[in-house]
Design a protein around this ligand. Structure first.
Ligand SMILES: [Zn+2]
Ligand SMILES: [Zn+2]
Ligand SMILES: [Zn+2]
Length: 81
């Protein structure tokens, strides 16, 4: 019996591509508002940090109340202008 190693590589690259279109704090895509938003029309734009990671505005605001670093790379969080 042969083990198929190729499939493992395919899964790994698929996981890496995920963090571009969804918020890694709440795991929801940016087309949807964050779980804290009660109405779909609420303003919940994605924000980009200096480290080029994206999060819902509400998700990162809530996160940075407790700590001041990016949840993905632990660099100091700063909104990119
Ligand atoms: Zn979110
Ligand atoms: Zn929100
Ligand atoms: Zn980051």
């Amino acid at each position: 019996m042969k083990v198929k190693i190729k499939e493992w590589n395919a899964v790994a690259s698929w996981i890496w591509s995920l963090d571009t279109d969804r918020c890694t704090i709440c795991q929801l895509a940016f087309e949807q508002p964050c779980p804290r938003c009660k109405l779909p029309g609420d303003e919940c734009p994605p924000v980009t940090g200096a480290c080029n990671h994206h999060f819902h505005l509400h998700c990162i605001v809530r996160w940075t109340e407790e700590q001041d670093y990016c949840p993905l790379d632990r660099q100091k969080w700063k909104v990119k202008n």
